[in-house]
Design a protein around this ligand. Structure first.
Ligand code: SF4
Length: 97
């Protein structure tokens, strides 16, 4: 018997996210060129919140963040990002997933 495959995109679709407009809970510190840690974020974030923009800089779109803390741990020493939990009532809602 073959196990069914669950795609991460399908699981993420089950979540809901309440955006705190104008108050992102994650910010990437300004940089000319991305550090190895910043580039790693474009790969390790399970919600795909980090992208390299057309200027070659890493930017974050925190909408959809699952608050797993991976990026926070990865950049704890380097200080490449500022990370905090969303304000109460905002952010991810897991109850649908
Ligand atoms: S906390 Fe997790 S889901 Fe949110 S941006 Fe960081 S790595 Fe992505």
């Amino acid at each position: 018997m073959r196990a069914s495959v669950v795609r991460i995109e399908d699981k993420l679709y089950q979540n809901r996210y309440l955006v705190d407009a104008g108050r992102p809970h994650i910010k990437v510190r300004q940089h000319q060129s991305p550090s190895p840690n910043l580039l790693a974020l474009t790969v390790v974030c399970p919600a795909n919140c980090y992208q390299v923009n057309e200027d070659g800089q890493v930017e974050v779109t925190a909408d959809g963040c699952m608050e797993c803390g991976t990026c926070r741990v990865l950049c704890e020493e380097s200080g490449d990002i500022d990370w905090s939990y969303p304000r109460g009532g905002f952010g991810v809602l897991f109850k649908f997933g």
